[in-house]
Design a protein around this ligand. Sequence first.
Ligand code: GLU
Length: 460
Amino acid sequence: MMSVRVRFAPSPSGYLHVGGARTALFNYLFAKRHKGQFILRVEDTDRERSSQESIAAILEGLDWLGIHADEGPFFQSERDEIYAQYLQRLIETGAVYKCFLSKEELDARREALKQAGKTPKYDGREEQLKNQDQDKPFVWRFKVPEGETVIDDQVKGKTTYQNKELEDFVVARTDGTCTYNFVNVVDDLDMNITHVIRGDDHLNNTAKQILLYKALGEALPVFAHVPLILGQDKKRLSKRHGATAVQMYRDMGYLPHAMVNFLVRLGWSYEDKEIFSAQDLEDLFSLDNIGKSAGIFNEEKLIWLNQHYIKEADQSVLQEQVDYFIGIPDERKNTAKGFATLNALRDRAKTTKELAELARFYFHDDLVFFEGVKEKFITPESVKIMAVFREKLEKIETCDHDHIKSIFDETLKELDIKFKFLGQPLRIALTGSPYSPGIMEIVEILGKDRSLQRLKAVGA
Ligand code: GLU
């Protein structure tokens, strides 16, 4: 096979959404698998709908997922000269003609056809061809040939279009700028794209694009149209289903690779495997295993994957995530106790945002109490109990697990109380949270001085 060249070609009219991210990922993995090139092309020809913020958001989203381009980003808005050259080729071969009909005239014609009970479509070719020398604004229309066009798609199989259904579409506007279907083809040719992998909402465009390739006398790339992503209710995934922007998942505390593993399974499978390392994906991804039916977005599965990857993550990755959410003061970064905190809590967190909230007690001095717990557990009685423990803590010299355990047990014995009467309030006073690791571990992690400070802060 010729060296593989694929591209992701987002239109920057919003953030990077889940569907776009999956398309980008499929292209990226396909390039990796075949040791090819992955090109990033920003389709910003629609100047009204495109924005710099959106371009930045898309690049940031890709970067977060670890989808890095080998070439680009290229911007269509900077490539007008190239489009003009290709348009010239169509003009020279007579594949396009000038159409002088104004929008009002076209609307009136459509309306007349509708009134006559006919399908309202463009029917001006013959009369326009008779008079190509008018001194009026015009667009270039493509002369759709007779016959049919077959899309032979790697995922969908064959789809046949009757060319007469595709009316002579516009390839260049009155201001000379070229339209979407045309510039898309020109770029794919100019960038030597071998495989076009994109959402199946583009299938109708593909029929027109195939005609353009042929008119230019060029070979077709391989097409692979990927089914849409649906919500659990089997409706097209949209904001109604919750977060659709990739960055929102970052901000909810999902690890990028959990998201990648989740995205790749939306429409692609490999035996009954669910967990794929980055290397697995590069080794196993292929177009053959893309299903014909839509991928269903199941958030519970994403949470499950996230928990898996939080358990497996390198501790420095968890530290980075926690730093992102709550900021870690420099002196507490890369410390044995900081890592011990993260390791003790990682199994309890569904997201790294949750992990950050749980780990806050170690990294910050101002304690944030989880809702309702202070009122419930820090009572005059529990404060008295904790005061007994505090006195003993003041006296110990080595604040390690065994010493803490022995003063803890002594306190229970002296007061003749069960574990929970000291354990629970202590946990709340020291961490603000009812979900923390073992109490001895907490005191050891915090150390003697910080533990004493916190006990005094609640009056113990
Ligand atoms: N710019 C198109 C989009 O964002 C993609 C076109 C393509 O992949 O060919 O939907």
